[in-house]
Each structure stands twice: as structure tokens, then as C-alpha cells.
Design a protein around this ligand. Structure first.
Ligand SMILES: CC(C)(COP(=O)(O)OP(=O)(O)OC[C@H]1O[C@@H](n2cnc3c(N)ncnc32)[C@H](O)[C@@H]1OP(=O)(O)O)[C@@H](O)C(=O)NCCC(=O)NCCS
Length: 480
């Protein structure tokens, strides 16, 4: 069905009582209340404890990707090697229990809104339903119109250009509309006020991602023909789904999803984008955003750089490797997928010096709780997934692979990481363009680094400039 055949009533003219037509949520006011105390805390730490040692830097970490160096300040999340990620101190289950979901729905199984998570990250507090709804409205309002020049650029990008390159270009182009950059250039901005304009831009970055994502996906799959309608009365994740053509009523419903499947897909999107927002500061996408922002780059340029980092195969691109791996393995196994065949397959892979995609982690030493959350999504929908062999294999692998990897004896973490499950679930519902999966990751990951950028400006953190050592200095240090 083409979008023009979708009834007008369901094409974004969906009149909902959900939203008051406020253009601004109370997020800025909430931050204003927090700032004096937080700035005081930071000042006290700076004045009294600047010489306090955090840890030792070894030669090993200097040439080994700075592993284990505690050398960054990051406000919203922290990663424990045993427990996994905590968002302002709350683990995923706690977030699922307390963060508000879509206010237009009464379904208790709905996932929380990523907008609720954004509020939590920014303020450290759980939003009320009204606060979450207002922030969701503000993002929907802000995201309704991309600049003309951005749309023009996006429409002219080659169909086969890497989707992450398209996203980085789209975001970078929007720097032209940065309020922070404009004010800074005018020389009228005091340091204490940087954060207000950064917040404005940061929210604009996040709000613009559904439409940018829709433009990229339609560029890839439909020659630029729109797949769905943006709806100012719906939440951020819903709009991503609609613009991917994955909702009923207001999109072309590319894969003829039933009402239930489309609803589940929106909840998958909320779950996925809600828990991928942030993973401490040291990962490539977050650190890059922070680094570029430390030179007072505006949020559009900073996050565009973060997206470039996320595009690396050792970072955001790993999810697509897992999907390829599962499909390939599936094609080699007999229909019952016996354990012995899976073990043999894994051993052949390991003996040929390849890694098992979706397993292991640089910091975590347990199964990633984000993986568990995605698996719970599957377990709650047995009918939907009962005939999907890829999903069945993903589940079987999570029981079999750790034992094989332990016996193999190399990896420090033999358990499934987040990428084990995420890609194959999107694939199940019809998102089969594997390179595109990282764009969805990029939508989610905006929230943590954008939060940090706002707080970087609140605290007035300086430009990052670590000291490097050349080979002669290193040899001298090592007495070589
Ligand atoms: C995530 C990853 C890059 C972390 O790397 P790391 O911090 O160096 O991991 P470790 O310290 O556990 O690595 C120790 C050894 O185990 C190996 N190893 C780690 N994960 C492995 C896996 N999934 N399969 C096979 N071997 C693995 C490493 O290659 C390394 O071998 P080496 O000593 O011969 O170089 C790594 O686990 C990996 O490549 N996993 C598969 C890809 C993946 O799922 N990426 C997504 C991450 S979210």
C-alpha cells in the first residue's frame, strides 16, 4: 500500500487527548533547580580533592586502549562488571518498574518510554507521568520539521551509501541551525549560560532522529518514497516505527503486520531504545561525543562524530554480525538443531581463530542484562516466535555457547552480550537491511551522550587534552 492510500484520519491527523500542546516540557526548569547544588558539589571536589589519586596508569593501558583507566567523569550511568548497567543508580528491572510508559495506553505490559529514561538521565529523578508525557510532546513537536537543507541533502545521498554515513551527514548538516553555535559566534553568551543553549540543541538532536531515520530507511528501501507518517501526537519510538513503515494505520505497513505485531514492534523499539541510551562514558560513541563537545562543538557536530564512532564493527555494528552468524549457522544445521551440531559448529569457528559474535565484553563479566531484557521480550510472546528458527537458535546458543567458550578458555566473559539478541528481533519483524540496524542504535545512544554534554556545560568542564608519549619516551620509561 502506498502512503497516499492510508486514510487521512490516520495519517498524522490522529487527534489525541494525550498531549497538551505545550512546546516546552518542564525539563529545563527541573535542571535549573538542580544546578546550584551540583555546581557547588563539583567546585568543592575541584578545590579540595584535585590532587587525590584515582588509580595508576600503566604502560599496558597506555598501549592497550586505556582499559581500566578511571579517567573520565560521566554523570548518567555506571557499568558494573557483574551487574551490568545502572541508569542513575537503577538497574534495568528497576527502570522497568518505575519509569512511565505511553500515557495513551492502559496496557501494563507496555515498555517505558525512552523519553522517561531521558528525564531520569538528565535529572537523576524518576519523572512523573505528566513530566514524561510533556517531554515526549516536546520532542514530538521539535521533531516534526527538519530544516529544508537537511532534507535536500538526505534526499540526494546515494541509496547505497552506508546508513551511518547518511545519519552522520544529516546530523552534521543541522549544525547550521544550532542555537548554541549561533549565540557563541555572536559573542553574547556567558559561560554559565552555555548549558541552556546546549540543552536546546541536544533536545533538537534527539527529536530529529525519527525523521532522519525515516529518510535514511526510505532512501535504502523505497527510493525515497515515504513509508509512514510522522505524528506529533505520538511518542518518539512510535514515530520511528511509523516512518520505517512498521505500524498499522499510519504507515504503509511494509510487512503486513497484524495489529498485535505492530504494537509489539513499537514496544520492542521502546525497549531497545530505552536500554541502549548509555553505557558509561568510555565507549567509543559516548567518548567521541564528549571529546568533540569538549572543544565546544555544538551538539549536532558532537553527536554526528559519536555516530561515526558507533559505526565501527567492534562497537555498534556487532549486532549485524550476530544476525549474519545466526542465519549462516542455521543454514548448516539439521532441522532439530541438535546440541552436538551447535557445539561442533562453535568449535570449528573457534579452531579457525574466529570469535563467536555476540559473546564476550570488554567490561562485563556476566550475561548482559540488556540481553536478558530482550530475551524476556521473546519469552513473553511464545506464539509470535515459535516458528522463528533464528530466534530459537539465539536462545539455544545462549545456553550452549558459554560452556564451549569456558572450555576454550580464552574469553574473560563467555556469556551473551547485548548484540546476541537485538538484531535478530528486528529482523524477525522485517527489518532485514543489516547495516541499517546501527542507525536504530544511534537513535537510542543519543540520549546518554547528549545528557552528558549538557552537564559538561553546566559544570564548565574543560577541553579534553590527555598527554601522549612517543616511542622514545616509552622506551626510556621502560629502560629499553
Ligand atoms: C567484545 C570483545 C571485542 C571484547 O574483547 P576483549 O575485551 O579483548 O575480550 P577478552 O579480554 O575476553 O579477550 C581475551 C581473548 O578471548 C578472545 N575472545 C573474546 N571474546 C571471544 C568470543 N566471543 N569468541 C572467541 N574468542 C573470544 C579474544 O579474542 C582474546 O583472544 P586473544 O588473547 O587470542 O587475543 C570480544 O569479546 C569479542 O570480540 N566478542 C565478539 C564480538 C562481539 O560480540 N562484539 C560486541 C561487543 S558488545
Amino acid at each position: 500500500m502506498s502512503l497516499s492510500k492510508v486514510p487521512a484520519a490516520s495519517r498524522g491527523i490522529h487527534v489525541s487527548v494525550r498531549r497538551q500542546s505545550s512546546l516546552r516540557s518542564d525539563l529545563k526548569a527541573a535542571l535549573k533547580e538542580l544546578i546550584p547544588q551540583k555546581r557547588q558539589d563539583m567546585l568543592k571536589i575541584k578545590q579540595k580533592c584535585s590532587d587525590m589519586k584515582v588509580g595508576d596508569i600503566t604502560v599496558g593501558s597506555l598501549i592497550g586502549g586505556m582499559r581500566g583507566n578511571c579517567s573520565m567523569f560521566w554523570q548518567g550511568t555506571s557499568l558494573d562488571s557483574q551487574e551490568g548497567i545502572r541508569f542513575q543508580g537503577k538497574n534495568i528491572k528497576e527502570c522497568q518498574a518505575c519509569l512511565p510508559s505511553d500515557p495513551t495506553s492502559c496496557d501494563p505490559s507496555d515498555n517505558f518510554l525512552p523519553e522517561s529514561m531521558l528525564w531520569l538521565l538528565m535529572t537523576g529523578n524518576v519523572p512523573t507521568k505528566q513530566q514524561a508525557s510533556n517531554l515526549s510532546s516536546e520532542l514530538a513537536y521539535r521533531g516534526a520539521h527538519l530544516p529544508d537543507y537537511t532534507i535536500k541533502i538526505m534526499r540526494n545521498l546515494p541509496q547505497d551509501m552506508h546508513p551511518m554515513t547518511q545519519l552522520a551527514i544529516g546530523l552534521a548538516s543541522m549544525n547550521k541551525s544550532s542555537r548554541f553555535a549561533r549565540k557563541y559566534e555572536q559573542g553574547s553568551l556567558g559561560k554559565n549560560d552555555y548549558w541552556e543553549y546546549t540543552l536546546d540543541d541536544a533536545l533538537q538532536v534527539i527529536a530529529s532522529l525519527p525523521k532522519l531515520t525515516g529518510l535514511i530507511y526510505s532512501n535504502i528501501v523505497s527510493n525515497g518514497e515515504p513509508l509512514g507518517q510522522y505524528n506529533e501526537n505520538r511518542d518518539w519510538s512510535y514515530n520511528i516505527c511509523s516512518l520505517l513503515g512498521m505500524t498499522t494505520g499510519d504507515s504503509i505497513n511494509r510487512h503486513d503486520l497484524t495489529e498485535q505485531q505492530a504494537k509489539d514492534f513499537v514496544n520492542l523499539m521502546r525497549l531497545y531504545t530505552g536500554i541502549h541510551v548509555d553505557h558509561e562514558g568510555g565507549n567509543v560513541s559516548a567518548h567521541t561525543t564528549h571529546l568533540v563537545g569538549s572543544a565546544l562543538g555544538d551538539p549536532f557536530l558532537s553527536y554526528s562524530s559519536g555516530i561515526m564512532g558507533l559505526a565501527g564493527p567492534l562497537h555498534g555494528l556487532a549486532a549485524q554480525e550476530v544476525v549474519k552468524f545466526l542465519i549462516e549457522m542455521n543454514s548448516k544445521l539439521s532441522p532439530e538443531m541438535p546440541k552436538s551440531e551447535i557445539e561442533d559448529y562453535l568449535w570449528k569457528l573457534l579452531n579457525s581463530k574466529r570469535v563467536v559474535p555476540g559473546y564476550g565484553h570488554a567490561v562485563l563479566r556476566k550475561a548482559d542484562p540488556r540481553f536478558t531484557a530482550m530475551l524476556d521480550f521473546v519469552k513473553a510472546r511464545p506464539e509470535e516466535f515459535k516458528t522463528d528458527r533464528n530466534v530459537a537458535l539465539m536462545q539455544k546458543l545462549s545456553e550452549i555457547a558459554p560452556k564451549v567458550l569456558i572450555e576454550h578458555g580464552k574469553t574473560k566473559n563467555p556469556y551473551p552480550n547485548v548484540d546476541s539478541a537485538s538484531g535478530i528481533l528486528f529482523y524477525h519483524y522485517g527489518i532485514k537491511e543489516l547495516l541499517f540496524l546501527t542507525v536504530i542504535f544511534g537513535c537510542s545512544r543519543s540520549m546518554g551522550p547528549m545528557t552528558q554534554l549538557v552537564w559538561d556545560r553546566i559544570y564548565g568542564l574543560p577541553i579534553e587534552r590527555p598527554k601522549s608519549l612517543d616511542m622514545d619516551s616509552l622506551k626510556a620509561l621502560c629502560h629499553l
